[in-house]
Design a protein around this ligand. Structure first.
Ligand code: ZN
Length: 378
């Protein structure tokens, strides 16, 4: 029998209403768990049963469960991205930035409220922390968050597709695109799963602007910092003039625009007389995933701006009604036809804060800052 059955958190441990789920990985999984793309580090070697299934529960075997959960999310994201790239003939052999060697994944990398992707370490590291730094609060493991794991894989994937975004770009919006792509990767990977589409439709009654777990990113992490709406909320109304040039802050505008486009496409496309809402959401999700990835791929190699990607999306979209939706949503965000001089548009020195440490790493930051300084001097 090919493939493996696994158990994972659907969202993260704080989203109890959808809890734990079984999932099927159709590709070969070795003990570890590991495969040709992913190797776990710093965890016990987890051995599957005779059917090559990896069935553990968080209460009884937390280490094994976390290992299998983290491996599975990285695997699901990678499969989703590879399918999208193959569908669009972008590349038939998507590998990490460094080639065919697997990425090293550390589900329990140490004590810190952080997670990051590092190109130099060829690694994803997920840390754990006591909320408010108080040791009497139970530890929160970032690897248990579907959104945080998917976000970091998103950084790794975008770095593999567009390496100059990290290594030779100074524009804050390029940093914003990196952060936004992380959050959108979480959203796209959720939409690539039929049962999650069903859960979204049930919870929202088929209106994506209803408050549900879906647009709320990193619920448990956000809660630990007193944010009931998660670390970031994709269903937001932020415009360019509302945000700073900090990469996480500015990323919310682009993510919000894509989320609204998703909601509008879903409304336009759904036809309950013919199709179940969950089926329509699944299809719209796949479509928008392809459109966003193709637009990033065909956009500039360095210093890509939101306007570049918005225009590329309009260019690649063939349907007039959908073209109009994209145009309207990016206009609302002050990304298209906006007055010059909005805060997010002007390149200036970047600041680094927020959970995800990818853009704060010295290896990525030095290049960014060096280029910012060069830009200021020239
Ligand atoms: Zn990030």
């Amino acid at each position: 029998m090919a493939g493996s059955k696994v158990k994972i958190w659907k969202q993260d441990p704080s989203v109890l209403n959808i809890g734990i789920r079984s999932s099927y990985i159709s590709t070969e999984v070795q003990n570890g768990p590991a495969d040709s793309d992913i190797i776990l580090q710093g965890m016990p070697h987890v051995v599957g049963n005779a059917e090559k299934d990896f069935i553990f529960y968080p209460e009884e075997n937390p280490l094994e469960f976390d290992a299998v959960h983290t491996f599975t999310i990285v695997r699901q994201v990678l499969t989703m991205l590879r399918r999208a790239l193959n569908r669009m003939d972008i590349t038939q052999n998507f590998n990490w930035y460094w080639g065919a060697e697997p990425i090293q994944v550390y589900p329990r990398a140490g004590l810190d409220a952080n997670a990051y992707y590092s190109r130099n370490e060829k690694a994803l590291r997920f840390f754990y922390f006591h909320p408010s730094g108080d040791e009497s609060n139970s530890l929160i493991y970032t690897c248990r968050s579907f959104d945080i794991v998917a976000h970091e894989v998103g950084h790794a994937a975008l770095d593999s597709l567009k390496p100059e975004f990290l290594s030779s770009s100074w524009h804050p919006q390029t940093g914003g695109l990196h952060e936004s792509f992380g959050d959108l990767t979480a959203i796209f990977t959720m939409l690539a799963q039929l049962d999650v589409c069903e859960a979204i439709v049930v919870e929202s009654k088929a209106d994506l602007h209803t408050k549900t777990f879906f647009p709320i990113l990193a619920e448990q992490f956000g809660e630990a910092f007193g944010r009931p709406m998660g670390l970031r909320n994709a269903d937001n109304d932020l415009k360019m003039s509302d945000v700073s040039t900090e990469v996480h802050d500015i990323s919310r505008v682009f993510t919000g625009a894509i989320y609204d486009i998703l909601a509008d496409f879903f409304e336009l496309y759904q036809n309950p007389a013919l199709y179940d809402h969950a089926e329509s959401l699944f299809k719209v999700g796949k479509y928008l995933t392809s459109l966003v990835i193709a637009s990033l791929w065909q956009g500039p190699d360095a210093n890509a701006t939101y306007t570049d990607i918005a225009n590329k999306m309009i260019e690649l979209e063939s349907d007039d009604a959908r073209k109009e939706i994209i145009r309207v949503q990016f206009k609302k965000r002050e990304i298209l036809d906006a007055p010059v001089g909005l805060r997010g548009v002007k390149p200036r020195k970047l600041s680094w804060k927020g959970c995800c440490g990818t853009m704060r790493l010295t290896e990525h930051q030095t290049l960014f800052e060096k280029n910012v300084i060069n830009e200021a001097l020239s």
